[in-house]
Design a protein around this ligand. Structure first.
Ligand code: GLU
Length: 304
């Protein structure tokens, strides 16, 4: 029997004594207000046992972690047709890079970089009756947690400085890979990125990816094949141009966001989330990556 409580407390202690915590993202002004000393870690196993340490119940901006959720809802609605508009290869470039988009005629490399997530947002805007509300309901349903919500201040803040995403959306539009109005799609995208959750809530939401598409209430939202595809994308594309490093150090599929959150999972076993707002040079949470490396090393468990 693995003593997760002891392992998480040791990781937390190590994190709080760390001198180099990385840098907070400032390009979305609202994110720059967060306290860099925050650190939380929460693990939920397949039997719904929960283990926690640090600021694991405090909400933060999940940012790009939301791309896994919008992809899931879009896949559950349009199925394999989605791959006609988005590829499934790692980009090897930062999350907001635009050059590949031009080279590859408006087909984003994968759904977890910004351009790919903007195409996914376009699909949801086309398919959902009330896009923002229906997306939020999807997340509240899979987690069984009605308190999850957008942070409109963060969405507004990103709207004012999101020039790069406007450029990506306009490029997609020029290649015919954006069917709705740029402003409408980006309004949806900025809201999905503004979702606010704690580490504990993130593990409830991501339970379906460790449990073959079934949520904590045992309802099926994704097929096993869709879960396979999403977990494969998290492993190969979930950490910007550091996905190789994360697989190498941690060995789990996962996704990070510039709010400093990371969620990762061991299929059929556990789901874990960390939050430490300081980022490394590649935009991933510095202490979060370190913490998850410690976890899989101490437990000697990974997908490999
Ligand atoms: N909303 C952020 C952006 O589009 C998400 C970036 C991230 O978390 O990787 O720039």
């Amino acid at each position: 029997m693995i003593d997760y409580s002891k392992i998480l407390n040791t990781i937390h202690h190590e994190a709080t004594t760390s001198k180099d915590r990385g840098e907070i993202a400032t390009y979305i002004p609202e994110l720059s207000k967060v306290d860099v000393t925050k650190f939380g870690i929460h693990l939920m196993d397949i039997h719904k046992n929960e283990f926690s340490s640090g600021n694991a119940k405090e909400k933060f901006s999940i940012q790009s972690i939301s791309k896994v959720l919008s992809l899931s809802q879009a896949l559950s609605i349009i199925g394999e047709d989605l791959w006609k508009r988005i590829d499934v290869e790692p980009s090897g470039d930062p999350f907001n890079h635009l050059s590949l988009l031009e080279l590859e005629n408006g087909i984003p490399r994968n759904p977890l970089i910004n351009a790919g997530a903007i195409v996914v947002a376009d699909i949801l805007v086309s398919k959902l009756k009330n896009p923002k509300e229906d997306f939020l309901t999807f997340i509240q349903d899979i987690s069984g947690d009605k308190s999850i919500n957008f942070d409109s201040k963060v969405a507004q803040s990103e709207k004012q400085t999101g020039f790069n995403n406007y450029a990506a959306a306009n490029l997609l539009k020029s290649y015919g890979n954006l069917h709705n109005d740029v402003d409408t799609v980006l309004d949806f995208y900025f809201h999905q990125c503004s979702l606010s959750m704690s580490c504990a809530q993130l593990t409830k939401v991501f339970y379906i990816y460790m449990n073959r598409g079934k949520c904590m209430q045992n309802k099926t939202y994704l097929t096993t094949s869709q879960v396979k595809r999403i977990n494969a994308l998290m492993l190969t594309c979930g950490f910007y141009d550091e996905a190789g490093e994360f697989a190498f150090e941690v060995g789990l599929p996962g996704k990070s966001g510039v709010g400093g959150g990371i969620v990762a999972l061991l299929p059929n076993n556990y789901c874990v989330a960390t939050w430490s707002p300081g980022l490394n040079k590649k935009g991933n949470s510095k202490l979060g990556m370190l913490a998850l490396e410690r976890l899989t090393t101490a437990t000697q468990q990974s997908i490999f």
